[in-house]
Write a protein that binds this ligand. Sequence first.
Ligand SMILES: [Zn+2]
Length: 143
Amino acid sequence: MIIINLLMIFYRINYASAIIYICKERIKLDSIMRKNERASLKERILTLIAEGEKEIAMLKEHTKPVSPENSLGRISRMDAINNKSVAEASMRIKTVKLTKLRIALTHIDNEDFGVCKMCNNTIQAARLMYMPESTRCVRCASR
Ligand SMILES: [Zn+2]
C-alpha cells in the first residue's frame, strides 16, 4: 500500500512530464511505423518498376514495323497493324507510369512524400500501396 501511495504521489507530481513522456513515445512509435510503411512502399515501387520494364520489353516486340513484303494476307496484315497500334498505345501508358514510379522512388525519403499536392492531406496508405506514383489523394484525384 505504501508503495502504491508513493507511486501515486510520484505520478501526481510528475503528471505533466508523464504526459509529455507518453506523447514523445507515441511520436517515436509513429515515425517508426512510417519508416516501415516507407520501406514496404519502396519495395512495392521497385517490384512495379521491374514488372513495368518487363512488360514494356515484351510490348516492344509487338511494335516492330509490319513489313509489307511478308507472307501475310491483306487481312492478317491489317490485323498485324492493328495489334501494333494497340501495343504502342499500351506501351505509351506503361512508359508514363514507369516514369512516375521512378520519380516516386527518388522522392520516397522526402518528408512530404505521401502528402497530397493539392490539399496537403496525407494520401491514404491503401492508395499509395496500390498506386505509389499518386501525388494526389482520392478526393483531389477524382475532382
Ligand atoms: Zn488532396
